[in-house]
Design a protein around this ligand. Sequence first.
Ligand code: ADP
Length: 577
Amino acid sequence: MTTDSASPESSRLTDGFHLVVDALRANGVDTIYGIVGIPITDLARVAQASGIRYIGFRQETSAGNAAAAAGFLTRRPGVCLTTSGPGFLNGLPAIANATTNCFPMIQISGSGNRALVDLQRGDYQDLDQLSAARPFVKAAYRIARIEDIGRGIARAIRTAVSGRPGGVYLDIPGDVLGQAMDAAAAAQTVWRVVDPAPRQLPAPEALDRALALLARAQRPLIVLGKGAAYAQADDVIRKFVEATGIPFLPMSMAKGLLPDSHPQSAAAARSLAISRADTVLLVGARLNWLLGHGASPQWSADAAFIQADIATSEFDSNQPIAAPLAGDIGSVMSALLAGAVQRPITAPAEWVGELAERRSRNDAKMRQRLAENPHPMRFYNALGAIRSVLQDNPDVYVVNEGANALDLARNVIDMAEPRHRLDTGTWGVMGIGMGYAIAVAVETGKPVVAIEGDSAFGFSGMEVETLCRYRLPVTVVILNNGGVYRGDEAPPGGDPAPTVLNARAHHELIAEAFGGKGYHVTTPAELCSALTEAIASGGPSIIDCELDPAAGVESGHLANLNPTSAAAKPAGVSAGA
Ligand code: ADP
């Protein structure tokens, strides 16, 4: 309990600000991402004075995205601090996205006076924040009196990380932060949550069911999702994959859980693996749109699904789950490994060979594509250069967003380490770039390369100032084709077409404005040398990578999700879908 000179008048009193910080520290929170303002400015000051690292942003969504990324990387809830009203609302997209992605985070927001807000008497930035947050989060709580601060923080931490992780909104009215109470009594109200995310062991009969299916599979496949990456059960997952010889397919944020160069990776034979597999073990991956809902014709109509997940309500959400495995990934995979070795379970050689053949054919095609050197540069050529630099720097973390910039980088950039790739996730949301990159640099201290479409970058671009202020080792590579999807659409009238941005923009000057380093490159060779130098510098930089405005396709790989227009497109539209 802090009763130093910053505490209220009496040395025997403390206040809500100090008590929040004491409760966070008691639970191991060492970093807060946020933006100050009424009524939480002093909360940030007290936190910083107590030794908690406070990272101040320029827009709350990025602060929230940073907290979410911190949660994914550490398995502890990332904490985001927002002001009342609009500041709180700016945080909501991030906490909603965190909840969708199953990342643990807590948004702590100051709020207005209840007596004024609830009678709608017109207070400063008044909003019923608790009700507004509820639809978007795993849980929303309000602390209504100082005595409940310790309990409120404990409850938020427990809810955020236990079971399926998600976002928790914690509302603290400004007057509660300002309340005083006896320091000794206050100390009794704070506790450390014991075992915040308890292991959950699968039932023996559920394991038998799953093992029996795997034992008779002719074409088994393991799909690793970001839940598997989050679980930090890397060793047992690798042992299971290697002991059984079953081919695996990593979802984008599970890349690197086993290296993409692993001989059992089916990533380069993805469509064949999916369409031919007869038994599929899903490990922390949902059968949502990213996996075509597990439906034919993408998947074989009679494929049997085994699903390991901590959230039992996930089972049967899209397809019948023949063998549900409820439990945490570490416990489930340990038990499966023991059973697989005992039986033993081995992938049939014919199936392994079929995938290997397709994989080597596709690898050759990719090599050919990356070797081309057209001018102006196109996505593949820029990504080929980034790929070669990252192969020499395998400890670099990758953040990736955009349409073409995302779809193509996911395939071209191999990952060798777990949890080293963070991207647009389950929603495919734009704007996570700078928030994620900042959190990765802060939490790991390692270099980060953010591969950004020029449009995607714009959603969080002002956070380059944050990168520079904290001198973070982040290189932002902007694949600049001057548009949303592409930059060459001709407008029907005087204004630019809806998809068009500025292909001649020099984004690198944004870094220079704030004391970072800027590069403008037009060839793969220039990109290689700029990126190598930028990573080695250990500081913030932007590489504006000038691409052909005609490079890229509308909606990247998701063109099929666009409803087709009954009316003809206006003349001059050239963007290919
Ligand atoms: P991807 O998009 O990579 O396919 P998803 O986000 O769809 O992955 O799936 C992640 C799944 O992992 C969610 O259903 C979530 O409940 C589950 N999950 C998250 N953490 C754990 C854990 N520690 N143990 C088991 N399942 C987990």
